[in-house]
Design a protein. Structure first.
Lengths: 162, 162, 162, 162, 162, 162
């Protein structure tokens, strides 16, 4: 089989240790992971697309098997344009599941040759989300155990040192 | 990367179109799939392990990328013994998710280098299970749209022609 | 439109105020309700089919719009044999929903002209089930607010007066 | 019993094949269905109330047993004003269930003589929602299998041809 | 052991009989309950922080074991500043559970010596929320069975007499 | 207020680090915890009631604030007989929640002065259950990170050294 590429799409506003756990474990399964930052969610985002890409690149530490990119439009079109057949997603909880279920079925309807593959987030990160990280940081709580150092610094710059 | 092998474990008592959907789509993602029939669930099973293996082999039609095998003992030990790093599972509904979540976390605790990867069952098979197939067949309902011909014949032999 | 008949199937082992709530409210929607006691669940039941029918008849108090019957075999075949097009079911909680969802989809697959219609159990009975009633009665707890008098007496006879 | 009328309330922004499935199957159970477009949700809607009514009327193709109307204020008051006793709703997934459960209990508290009756959306439409349709259309994805032709045309006019 | 204080945080916009049920039952378990009104949710609130505090004080009727206060910043810091070790929360449904689960795990991560303790809302209030109360009141529905008289009056003043 | 006693009921067949986490954290909230081993579940249990009590006593290490006892009959009657007003339970997942919800509502119906109080199991033990521990041990998997040493030894004696 050819090199198996998986696209890991998301807002990553900001990237957390939960996302990095999925990426690290995805690399056990796939040859290459393209982290695809959704451009259309930029308006309400805390960090700009450029900032988010910078953060992710620093967090994944120039791993040659990881590519950071942006996309807009239909995800399945983007995945196909990259020669990939797999969308990678993490699952944390039941509420995740229903949303992911709906999205995966719709993506299958739009382009049936692309598969969505799920990993369950590791135990210590099961309650983590970008939203709760931003809320904690905005209230001056410590995010040291939740995000990589580059994000910790960026959040401190936005909200004041914690 | 080496050939990526995924182990698809289960009781398959009997195999349904839902299982075959996961196998077919798993072959888009992995180089080889080992269908691993759990031997320890034999006591309460409708079909013997040998029957179930025969059914699966006929249903997957000698695809050289699919291997049918049995296992007992810890699943993660079996997976490692096959040189595989991936367990493949299908998700249909929220109740599936909780059981699969618990099992995947335990398997990760037992052997952290093995990943459990999930596909969501295709829309037409989302309500299918081996149990409901057996119940319908035992009540003389038609299972033609639920299982491959080899299973339909085997169920008719067990429960009388439908 | 002709008279609309709904079949309300179940084990009713025993009937509770939760079931009676669904029947009473179902009579607001349908012209006639056939309470269909599943015969195949008799083996593990506390009360015999005959006892359960007697209990239900007393509990519904000879309402001419309610018929009590038994069935075995496929539910959809029974429903069709009665000239009915509707299966009535109560929903209490999320776990109910998944089971009912699977069953309704299978019944639709078996006979697409029959519809399953759901009512949500009234607030005070949302946690009630025949199983928990039997457990409470077996431990000598009071079931007065959970089941009609005929069932209270029958449970006392089985488990001793509470 | 008198003619049984069911009110099917919603935003229908836009109507999908999932809604039409519920309407078609509801007509097997009830004599008449009033599709009641909620007027108060207009502000954030993609289509105006008038557009949505036009779409629905074309989609249901002048079926004399289907009436399209709008409502504002309390749904239970509207239902009573129409001489109806039944609210019809579709259920797709667990997250639906919790919201519908809360709403049905509240409506029962407000006017106990009105019943909410649920049908489970047919398998092929279980993942469909007006929101995901709008998202797909806005990203130039094909909505042909999701909505009737009148909506497909209207979405193309809003978002450009797909 | 010292006096056990529990902090019951929330928006209370407005307080409902569901909240009062949790407070009353919490007083069976704890020596003192501090009702902590979240100040940062003020922007989108119907009632101002001052109004909400006034409502709660009237609703709890000067019980000396109940203190009404406001907080901003991290909840766990506020709890610690009050010499308390317990956060009290009510659970109504599955969707509540997932949010509460995430929040409780995060609070444990931030300050592990503080415990979140849950009570399940009593049966008659299981479907109640401040949001649905506001929606019903805004549509001129009766809220008499849902909120204490002080809130009923305040809602009538906001939305017109019901 | 008097000394606050909480009863922590269960099968504890065997006790796991998940149970011990709830006990340890419960001691932050309550003055005394009575671990109440359900006697009626003995038949299908792996360990006898006497064995389970011995295991728990060793695991809690003679903490004077922890009492180990057995009960049969209605839990609420046992709780009242101990002069306690609180039942303590751990919540791990959504499926737990529904069962616990039903049981708590029933216990409230049987004796309204007794409250059920929930703690959410700590992150590392969220997937643990006595059943999965027994399954792993029976398959010769390592349970060292799941149960205290006394249970590890007892499981090895039952199933052979792992």
């Amino acid at each position: 089989m050819n090199k198996q590429i998986a696209v890991y799409p998301g807002s990553f506003d900001p990237i957390t240790y939960g996302h990095l756990d999925i990426i690290e474990r995805g690399l056990e399964v796939f040859d290459q992971i393209i982290i695809a930052v959704a451009r259309n969610s930029e308006k309400k985002s805390l960090f700009s697309t450029a900032e988010r890409i910078g953060h992710i690149e620093e967090a994944v530490d120039n791993n040659p098997r990881v590519i950071v990119d942006t996309f807009d439009g239909l995800l399945v079109d983007y995945v196909a344009s990259k020669g990939a057949k797999v969308i990678l997603r993490g699952l944390r909880a039941v509420s995740d599941f229903e949303y992911e279920f709906q999205t995966a079925q719709m993506n299958h309807n739009l382009k049936s040759e692309i598969e969505t593959v799920f990993l369950i987030t590791s135990v210590p990160y099961g309650y983590l989300s970008s939203s709760i990280v931003k809320e904690v940081a905005s209230l001056q709580g410590s995010v040291e155990s939740l995000v990589p150092p580059v994000i910790k610094k960026a959040l401190e710059k936005k909200f004041g040192k914690t």
